[in-house]
Ligand binder design. Structure first.
Ligand code: HEC
Length: 154
């Protein structure tokens, strides 16, 4: 019964969202996109934190866990671009700088750097030794910083 009620509410919400006038609908989209990308970054940080702990010897190294979290970070990184579409520079509180959309090619390159290095961390984690994984962790962290320095408010 509860599930049915929730489904009905969702349908009513969707109808309202799609029925809204153009400008309003766009507003909803930007708000959703901003919430979506911020949520992904929170998920990335949650998993990256454990990787960081292991890379800095604050948490005991556990290959299975390292591998699972590296895979999550890699997968989340591939969903980010959907959250940075045209018209999403404003619409909700955001730390994303407008330069992202005037410098899209460079932003996309920085995002691709992150995706590539995060995927490499995951593939390496099958058998690479701890020292190599620590070095690759730093390479991934460097891609976070490179993008934040240019495209995120302090
Ligand atoms: C290609 C650019 C780019 C890369 C790479 C990147 N970030 Fe970000 N990050 C941003 C931008 C832009 C924002 C601001 C998003 C917003 O507020 O709309 C952000 C926001 C965040 C936030 C705050 C989310 C919130 O609102 O609570 C965290 C945490 C974060 N990033 C962590 C990371 C970590 C960790 C990495 C690397 C593992 C990373 N980011 C890589 C651009 C990037």
């Amino acid at each position: 019964m509860n599930a049915i009620r929730r489904f009905a509410t969702l349908c009513a919400f969707s109808a309202a969202a799609f029925g809204a006038a153009g400008a309003q609908a766009q507003q909803v989209d930007a708000e959703d996109a901003i919430a979506y990308r911020q949520s992904l970054y929170k998920l990335i940080l949650w998993n990256f934190g454990t990787l960081s702990g292991m890379a800095r010897d604050r948490i005991e190294f556990d290959r299975e866990e390292f591998r699972m979290r590296a895979l999550r970070v890699s997968n989340f990184s591939r969903q980010l671009s959907e959250g940075f579409g045209e018209g999403t520079a404003t619409g909700a509180p955001t730390d994303a700088l407008p330069d992202i959309w005037t410098n899209k090619a460079d932003f996309d390159t920085k995002l691709a750097d992150f995706q590539r290095e995060a995927h490499k961390l995951y593939t390496m984690s099958a058998s690479a030794n701890e020292e190599a994984l620590k070095a690759q962790f730093s390479a991934v962290a460097g891609t976070c910083k490179a993008c934040h320095d240019s495209y995120r408010k302090d």
